[in-house]
Design a protein around this ligand. Structure first.
Ligand SMILES: Cc1cc2nc3c(=O)[nH]c(=O)nc-3n(C[C@H](O)[C@H](O)[C@H](O)COP(=O)(O)O)c2cc1C
Length: 312
């Protein structure tokens, strides 16, 4: 991350790899490949990451207050499985640290063609019943600088968070966010909701219908899974969210079902287990308009970004 931050400060221009441009939620994406949330939780290396050629970079999850996350070790490489297990627990420096960094990026007009998403969450100590206040606080603080905002309801590492995906909880949380979004021009930033891969078929249908009814702008599918498909690495029994190759099929299925339920009423961002051009193409075929990577990028580096951006 230190290297990427330094790379961001070099004087040559920051440009996405030319690719199949997309017009979504009123934004132009120069190519459909993005960095998924959780790598740059504090917006420390946005320009360095953008310089690798992504069409969009998503920072966060940020919570209102700084918090340390879970005790280490909390991140495990499952090399044989092309996977990671993490139970980071939203370690981040909080809004007060992130916002000035975002502001600087905008003031200095650092990102010309790369879209910037900010992923927001709630502090661990915040009661679930007060979750909406955390999301509202984050939204208000980052909206002036974000191209879109992701409401993260799907991390397995914050107790109870995923229960916010029920239709009642979605309404209670997203209605006030939508109201804030509509309140003035500065707050008028597209809202995307990020969901878990562990929802059952009927639940996915309910989520899709509720998001449409609430006029949410887009959906990101999926976060990491708490399921444990057949794994072979030593760390396979660690507690946390599993990402990478064992997630490929599951995410693709969720995207396909969302695509059917939504019938074009809302764009889908596909994420989970993309480790090559074929995986990315399969997510697009399943209905994703944009694709994000995390674990594949950890194992393969920037070559994966360039290959995906050129071919998808
Ligand atoms: C170490 C790690 C930390 C993550 N942190 C976040 C996070 O803070 N917020 C979030 O929405 N997703 C987070 N994710 C999930 C990723 O954004 C992505 O949805 C998931 O890993 C599936 O994609 P992949 O298989 O390409 O990694 C994290 C994933 C990993 C591996």
């Amino acid at each position: 991350m230190t290297g990427l931050a330094a790379y961001g400060h070099l004087p040559f221009p920051i440009r996405p790899v030319p690719g199949r441009a997309q017009q979504l939620f009123g934004l132009r994406f120069a190519n459909p490949v993005g960095l998924a949330a959780g790598l740059d939780k504090d917006a420390l290396a946005v320009t360095g990451l953008a310089r690798l050629g992504f069409g969009f970079v998503e920072v966060g999850t940020v919570t209102p207050q700084p918090q340390p996350g879970n005790p280490t070790p909390r991140l495990f490489r499952l090399v044989k499985d092309g996977a990671l297990i993490n139970r980071m627990g939203f370690n981040n420096q909080g809004l007060a640290a992130m916002v000035p960094r975002l502001q600087r990026i905008r003031e200095q007009d650092k990102l010309v063609d790369t879209r910037l998403g900010v992923n927001i969450g709630k502090n661990k100590v915040t009661e679930l019943s007060a979750a909406k206040d955390d999301y509202l606080q984050c939204f208000r603080a980052v909206a002036p600088f974000a191209d879109y905002i992701t409401v993260n309801l799907s991390s397995p590492n914050t107790p109870g968070l995923r229960s916010l995906q029920s239709p009642e909880a979605l309404r209670e949380l997203l209605d006030p966010l939508k109201e804030l979004q509509q309140s003035n021009a500065q707050m008028n930033v597209p809202i995307l909701v990020k969901i878990a891969p562990d929802l059952t078929g009927p639940d996915i249908g309910l989520v899709a219908q509720t998001l449409v009814a609430l006029e949410i702008d887009g959906v990101i599918a999926t976060n990491t899974t708490i399921s444990r498909p057949d794994l072979h690495s030593v760390h396979r029994d660690e507690v946390g969210g599993l990402s990478g190759e064992p997630l490929t099929q599951l995410s693709r299925q969720v995207v396909a079902q969302l695509h059917e339920e939504l019938a074009g009423r809302m764009p889908i961002v596909g994420v989970g287990g993309v480790s090559g051009v074929d995986d990315g193409a399969a997510l697009v075929a399943a209905g994703a308009s944009l694709v994000q990577v995390y674990t594949g990028f950890i194992y393969q580096g920037p070559g994966l970004v360039r290959a995906l951006a050129r071919k998808l």
